[in-house]
Write a protein that binds this ligand. Structure first.
Ligand SMILES: C=C(O[C@H]1C=CC=C(C(=O)O)[C@@H]1O)C(=O)O
Length: 325
């Protein structure tokens, strides 16, 4: 079962009755690819609500912070050591926030389909999805594209999204440098495949309770180079770091958990476009608990308290939209 909604659209989709590979979830390390087959069809809100994908136990929302602010601070300090030793600009570190819904006396249980619809309402410009496959349930959504390819014109779009602050704070060198590392990397890749790259000015991207810095890129490419561009782009320094192999190794040794689909991407092929959405603000759901995956770019200027707060704010994208009934 897969339900999704494209950015800035009010139409929900699912897949039906065909062997065509239409949607694929690629893990952060690119080693796992989960394919969903079928033709893309519309699905109503009522039909979504009638799907049963909610964990079965009765539950209420109680948060148990497995990763504490102190343990995350130790990891941030390891990330800084790694950055210094390897003379890096940044490394993207993440945590898995554990959310328990314990059986208390309440009659309430988590409805993932209603949560999905609420999440979609809260983030209208995001690509949002909910899937259940091979005993895994994931929900997520964000507005960052790794790529969008127009099959008719061969136009390719991508973006550099990084740096995070609460809406009322002003950008500092830390966020500007963090996002510039992503912008430089993306430009260097696209220029190898296209001679007419256009780069926008850098703007704010508002995402619920927080904002990011965003630069857009457009270029004409040959359809044959699309797969290569995507595999070179992923994982960008917005979710990993540069050089990517070294940073991915550093992340693995510091984080101590498998990111799975978090910070991977989702490929969606429609009649006109091939989209590659960055899989952020996502969670995997189990019977009594969920893992909310949240991270942020660490630089030598990072403040441990602010980095923790950033991941807490990011976790609210999913957490504040969970519906218990
Ligand atoms: C890695 C995440 O965010 C990325 C996207 C936007 C801003 C980011 C940042 O400020 O660090 C990250 O690069 C995440 O949300 O887990």
């Amino acid at each position: 079962m897969l339900i999704f909604r494209l950015p800035d659209s009010e139409v929900f989709h699912t897949l039906e009755n065909s062997q065509e590979k239409q949607v694929s979830f690629v893990s952060f390390d690119s080693k796992t690819v989960l394919d969903f087959k079928g033709s893309i069809v519309d699905i109503t809100k009522e039909d979504i609500e009638n799907q049963i994908v909610s964990p079965k136990n009765k539950s209420s929302l109680i948060e148990i912070g497995k990763e504490t602010q102190e343990s995350y601070a130790v990891k941030i300090s390891h990330a800084k050591d790694f950055i210094e030793k390897n003379e890096l600009k940044k490394l993207v570190l993440s945590r898995r926030k554990l959310l328990m819904y314990l059986d208390v006396d309440s009659e309430k249980k988590l409805s993932l389909t209603k949560s999905f619809l609420k999440f979609c309402d809260s983030y209208p410009s995001a690509f949002c999805y909910l899937f259940e496959k091979n005993n895994e349930i994931w929900m997520g959504g964000f507005s960052e594209i790794l790529g969008k390819f127009d099959k008719k014109t061969n136009a390719f779009e991508t973006m550099s999204v990084a740096g995070t602050l609460p809406l009322d704070e002003s950008w500092t060198d830390k966020e500007i440098e963090e996002q510039k590392a992503v912008t430089d990397y993306i430009q260097s890749i696209i220029r190898k495949f296209s001679s007419n790259l256009k780069v926008s000015s850098t703007k704010d991207l508002i995402s619920g309770n927080i904002k990011h810095l965003k630069t857009d890129f457009t270029a004409e490419i040959s359809p044959e180079s699309l797969d290569k561009i995507i595999s070179e782009l992923h994982p960008t320094p917005a979710v990993c770091g540069f050089p990517k192999e070294l940073c991915a190794q550093g992340i693995k040794s510091i984080e101590h958990f498998n990111r799975e689909f978090y910070a991977g991407y989702i490929k969606v092929e429609t009649a006109d476009f091939i989209y590659y959405f960055v899989n952020l603000r996502c969670a995997s759901f189990f019977k009594n608990y969920a893992f909310l995956f949240v991270g942020g770019g660490i630089t030598l200027k990072s403040d441990v308290h602010k980095e923790w707060e950033e991941t807490e704010l990011k976790s609210l994208a999913i957490q504040n939209n969970l519906v218990f009934e």
